[in-house]
Structure formats: structure tokens, C-alpha cells
Design a protein around this ligand. Structure first.
Ligand code: SAM
Ligand code: DTB
Ligand code: SF4
Length: 321
């Protein structure tokens, strides 16, 4: 639904229970019972990145505790993908600490080879490799990529406060190239970086006005990584988090709304409210890319306590409006 900032603001400012009742209803209408998609993340090239994203421990510009690791080979990645499948993951997402990719580059070719092999395992393959153009998007599609994560991160207005080495428009261009190649776009952002509520809603406004609307929308709570410029940011208020999830669900009824980074700091009750408000995907496994994530066992217990089912088949449960 292409909502304006004013419309998003009126939703966001509803009394809390009215907002989550509404978003829960939208969620039920489009997704039926409470199924949650589990995604596994693997950082296949870690650290040493040329970009200056203020939240990121992988930027070479900040003195962080991270060990830089070169691009993993296809042979190193495959066992990890098989293991994720055994643990119930329906989507396997690989991330690289790169500004972007270029067709013909040996490292990009290695990623294409990995994608071909992982997609044979029968999971959805998602990658997040940074900026790209139409040629690279076509090659990824041919190799079997079903989704590409490329976050707009925040509002266009706040973006320059967070990143100076590329523009908001660069991110949108990559999203357009992915859409051209008919790769599902996974795009969302981070909250808790010092932005205002208006910035958060502007981010949702941009996302819900994309055509097509993203297939999934990760909402990350900043993980304040030691050594980054944002290391001392205070945690996001849980009710603000839930309000944003609810507003996102109403604005994009058919999108997977992913409760992404930062779950380690959310209570079980906080997460339950997020699921009620319309979140229906999480990252599972001990690590995100470099940051800690809840233990698999804890997540399984939480889903079971809430009577939420794991998604049975990748992308097969989306009901029509
Ligand atoms: N280098 C590629 C890029 O920037 O698009 C792909 C990997 S990048 C780490 C993927 C996304 O993770 C970022 O766009 C950002 O939204 C999210 N992210 C990174 N560090 C984070 C942090 N400390 N807290 C929350 N989200 C974070
Ligand atoms: C997204 O929006 N969140 C995930 C995924 N897409 C690639 C990444 C979160 C990274 C959190 C910080 C880290 O692990 O370094
Ligand atoms: Fe590099 Fe991506 Fe981290 Fe930015 S978010 S520093 S582009 S790995």
C-alpha cells in the first residue's frame, strides 16, 4: 500500500493497542496462521570493508575487535548450508563486507558458483553483496538467487549522517537493477542510530512506495558494536520498536516483516509483541553476520511457547488479499 508520511504518522500515533489490533488483523488477513520464516545468515567475507557505515563493525575505518577473513570458497560454504537446512532454515543468506560487485571479477564469479551449488540444496538463496548494476543482477538471477538484501537503512534525510561513501540514491539504483532482473528485494533498515521517529516513518514511506514493494522488510535494532561511531547509542524503546513493526505490517501487508538484528536485547515478551504486531521472520543461529544472536534452542522454545509454527515450505503460505 503506497502510504504517505502523514498517513503513516496517523497510524503510528494511534493508541498502542488500537495500532497492534489493526496490524494483527492485517497480518491474519494476509498470512493466516502464525508461521514464522527462519533464515540463516553466513558472513562469507568478513571485515576490511572500504565503506564507512557508522553502525558497522566490518568497516576498515574503525578499530573494532573483528578478525578480517577472506572470501570463503564454495567448498567451505556448502557444509554450512547443509547444516542450516538440517536445522530447519528455509532461506540461506550469504553476506560480504564489500561496497559492491562487478561482473567478470574473480570473486564475484566465486560467489556465483556458490549460489549455483547452494540453490541445488532446495533452500531459497539470498545474498547481500552491496551495490550492483543490471548485468550483475542478471548473472545472480541465472545462478539461482531468489532474493537480495539491500537495506536503505534509514530516511533519505538522515542517510548522510550515517554513511558518506555512497548515497541513498546509489542504494535505490541497486534496488531498481534487482527489480529489473526479477530478483526479490529484501530491503529495510536499522533503528536506534539517533534518528527521529519521522526518519523511521520516512524510511517506511520510501519502502512502501517502491514498485513492486519489497518481498521482505528487515527491521534491525542497532547492535552497538564496540569501536564504531555508534557504539554508545542507547537501546531502542520496545514500544517504539513494536509500533514500527505494526506500521510496517499495515503499510506492506504482503511483505515478510523480519525481526532482524538486535533480538538478543529483546525480552521474550517484547518479541511476542513484535510477532503479534506482524513480524513473521527471524534470523536463526548463534551469529548474525558478526554479532551474536539468540541460541537456536531458545528460539525454538519461544516459538513453541507462543504456538507459532515454523514455515513449512519456502514462500508457499502467502495468501491473497
Ligand atoms: N556490505 C553489504 C551492504 O552493506 O549492503 C552487505 C552486508 S551489510 C552488513 C547488511 C546490513 O546489515 C546493513 O545494510 C545493515 O542494515 C545491517 N547491519 C550492519 N551492521 C549492523 C548493526 N551493527 N546493527 C544492526 N544492523 C546492522
Ligand atoms: C539485515 O537487514 N540484517 C542482517 C541481514 N540483513 C544481512 C544483518 C544484520 C547484521 C548485524 C550486525 C552484524 O552481525 O555484524
Ligand atoms: Fe561494508 Fe556493508 Fe558494513 Fe557498510 S554495512 S561497512 S558496506 S559491510
Amino acid at each position: 500500500m503506497a502510504l504517505s508520511l502523514t498517513e503513516l504518522q496517523s497510524l503510528y500515533e494511534l493508541p498502542f493497542f488500537e495500532l497492534i489490533e489493526r496490524s494483527h488483523q492485517v497480518h491474519r488477513n494476509h498470512w493466516g496462521r502464525g508461521e514464522v520464516q527462519l533464515c540463516t545468515l553466513l558472513s562469507i567475507k568478513t571485515g576490511g570493508c572500504s565503506e564507512d557505515c557508522s553502525y558497522c563493525t566490518q568497516s576498515a575505518r574503525y578499530k573494532t575487535e573483528l578478525d578480517v577473513e577472506p572470501l570463503m570458497t564454495c567448498e567451505e560454504i556448502l557444509p554450512r548450508a547443509r547444516q542450516a537446512k538440517e536445522h530447519g532454515a528455509k532461506r540461506f543468506c550469504m553476506g560480504t563486507a564489500w561496497r559492491g560487485v562487478k561482473s567478470g571479477d574473480a570473486k564475484f564469479n566465486e560467489v556465483l558458483k556458490t549460489v549455483r551449488e547452494v540453490s541445488k540444496l532446495g533452500m531459497e538463496v539470498c545474498v547481500t553483496l552491496g551495490l550492483l548494476g543490471e548485468q550483475e543482477a542478471r548473472e545472480l538471477k541465472e545462478a539461482g538467487v531468489s532474493a537480495y538484501n539491500h537495506n536503505i537503512d534509514t530516511s533519505p534525510e538522515y542517510y548522510p549522517q550515517i554513511i558518506s561513501t555512497r548515497t541513498f540514491e546509489d542504494r535505490l539504483k541497486t534496488i531498481r537493477a534487482l527489480q529489473q532482473a526479477e530478483i526479490s528485494v529484501c530491503s529495510g533498515g536499522i533503528i536506534g542510530m539517533g534518528e527521529s521517529i519521522t526518519d523511521r516513518l520516512r524510511m517506511i514511506e520510501v519502502l512502501c512506495n517502491l514498485d513492486p514493494v519489497p518481498e521482505s522488510v528487515p527491521i534491525n535494532a542497532l547492535v552497538p558494536m564496540p569501536g564504531t561511531p555508534l557504539e554508545h547509542q542507547p537501546p531502542v524503546d520496545i514500544f517504539e520498536f513494536v509500533r514500527l513493526i505494526a506500521t510496517t505490517r499495515i503499510a506492506m501487508p504482503r511483505a515478510r516483516v523480519r525481526l532482524s538484528a538486535g533480538r538478543n536485547k529483546l525480552s521474550r515478551e517484547g518479541q511476542a509483541l513484535c510477532f503479534f504486531a506482524g513480524a513473521n521472520s527471524i534470523h536463526c543461529g548463534e551469529k548474525l553476520l558478526t554479532a551474536d544472536n539468540p541460541q537456536m534452542q531458545e528460539d525454538m522454545e519461544l516459538l513453541s511457547q507462543l504456538g507459532l509454527l515454523q514455515e513449512q515450505e519456502a514462500c508457499s503460505h502467502q495468501k491473497d488479499a
